[in-house]
Design a binder for this molecule. Structure first.
Ligand code: ACO
Length: 434
């Protein structure tokens, strides 16, 4: 992967100190929330007051947590049964959605495939944030997203569409649709727990992008579409893919030190899967994914990926720890996905992240509007030219070819001509100004 773009230059430095500006919206609170709490200093993450470690160790089903996000409290047995039925009713995707995915080239990014499918559902949707049955319909959307993701990842593998079937858990139905086989208990549990670990994270870039769209009262599908687009970037959910390609490029634990020195210490690249805007200590999701990877990785390929990641983490913390950079959720999740049997293709791991995050996205968008959320309309601090006359077309100088450059060009051409007369051997290629 290319080095990550980093804004630089005088403009950034000059205006960064203006206290009206908050580059990257750092430390700006855009909404109250009852959903997710992060303590970045302590490395603590809670969903509606429940620590994620406690949710995982209680053996919760992903559907229970999805229900809690969308309905405000954990379900009882009957509520869970009905919620699961609603999810299952979403598995049966309309044919035009499946066609929208499969009409794309197989090498397409999997998140782009999800986006095309979600956009096609938005096309005819009458679901609004004030719809009296919106909570039921959000559950249907969870089912649709599972089917969309399975069809997308199968399409990337050149396999025919297969939709999840009712009668199993959300995690099991998805894995069975993806591979065609009933997953082992261990794979289903790992899939379930990864759904929970990625389910929500307050207001990162993707949730904020979706919140902006929802704040205009655009429909839920369109709001999810915005969130999906923001998730794709390598600084956010796209880091899952970046981590995997980083580990494959390094190839072996013995190559870690050298790779790190040449790529990260040299300033050429960022270490993917490291650093976080909020966590200034170990991301608790990274700890959970790491212990899952330690439990699951076996066989040559995944064990080697894991030992490379462990060596990279050690070197990374040793040299980046002083900047308070530690592994984030995306550092070990690709290994867990590989162990579960999720095929690695363009955007496939980020698509898994999106599948997990849907409940959190919808919960935040709905909560924002239920709190009376206003349309998001921030300001930009103007730093351009002062008031000036508008020049007629013929009087404008080209920014690409200012007069001085044209003058230079003519002068050099004249010199060439004179040299030609004096029989001086000058290469034309090297004499032209660029
Ligand atoms: N590798 C090397 N240096 C880093 C890294 C990294 N991964 N992350 C941050 N830094 C450095 C920056 O260069 C900067 O150094 P400087 O002060 O000497 O200029 C300092 O740490 C602060 O970093 P910022 O870029 O200002 O941090 P910001 O909060 O804007 O960015 C982000 C956070 C995007 C997560 C960043 O840490 C990063 O790019 N990480 C790699 C991509 C990644 O893993 N993204 C996944 C995020 S988690 C998620 O989406 C689930």
């Amino acid at each position: 992967m290319d080095s990550i773009y980093k804004p630089s230059g005088d403009a950034c430095k000059t205006f960064q100190s203006d206290d009206r500006l908050s580059p990257g919206l750092e430390r700006i609170y855009i909404t109250p929330t009852k959903l997710t709490y992060i303590d970045g200093e302590m490395g603590e993450l809670r969903y509606m007051g429940y620590r994620i470690q406690d949710i995982i160790s209680a053996g919760a089903r992903a559907e229970e947590v999805q229900y809690a996000f969308l309905n405000g409290s954990l379900p009882n047995r009957e509520e869970l049964r009905r919620f699961a039925e609603l999810i299952e009713s979403g598995y049966d995707l309309p044919g035009y959605v499946v066609d929208a995915i499969t009409s794309l080239p197989r090498s397409s990014d999997a998140v782009a495939m999800q986006s095309v499918a979600v956009a096609s559902l938005a096309a005819l949707s009458e679901l609004t944030w004030s719809h009296e049955k919106k909570r039921d319909l959000f559950a249907v959307m969870l089912g649709q997203m599972s089917a969309i993701t399975a069809v997308s990842l199968r399409h990337a593998m050149g396999k025919k569409p297969r939709l999840p079937s009712p009668g199993a858990t959300y995690a099991e139905s998805f894995l069975a649709a993806l591979s065609g086989d009933r997953p082992s208990e261990m794979r289903a549990k790992a899939m379930n727990d990864s759904l929970i670990l990625y389910m929500d994270h307050e207001v990162p870039a993707s949730t904020t992008a979706g919140l902006v769209t929802a704040s205009t009262l655009a429909d839920p599908y369109s709001s999810v579409l915005s969130a999906l687009s923001a998730l794709r970037g390598p600084l956010h959910g796209g880091a899952t893919e970046g981590v995997m390609s980083q580990l494959m490029e390094i190839g072996d634990p013995s190559a870690v030190e050298r790779w790190f020195r040449e790529n990260v210490l040299s300033g050429k690249r960022k270490l993917m899967g490291f650093g976080h805007r909020v966590y200034k200590s170990y991301d608790p999701r990274a700890l959970a994914f790491k212990s899952m990877a330690l439990e699951l990785a076996s066989g040559h390929d995944t064990a080697k990926l894991l030992s490379t990641a462990l060596a990279l983490e050690e070197v990374g913390i040793k040299s980046l720890g002083e900047k308070r950079l530690y592994p984030n959720a995306d550092f070990y999740s690709p290994i867990v996905y590989a162990c579960i049997g999720i095929p690695y293709s363009r955007g496939s791991y980020t698509a898994m992240f999106a599948l997990s995050r849907l409940a959190g996205w919808l919960a935040h968008f709905d909560e924002y509007l239920s709190f009376g959320g206003r349309i998001m309309r921030p300001r930009a601090l103007y730093v351009g030219p002062d008031k000036r006359p508008f020049p007629p077309l013929d009087e404008r100088r080209s920014a690409a070819h200012p007069r001085s450059v044209v003058g230079w060009y003519l002068a050099v051409e004249l010199l060439q001509l004179l040299r030609g007369k004096l029989w001086l051997p000058v290469s034309r290629e090297h004499s032209l100004p660029v």
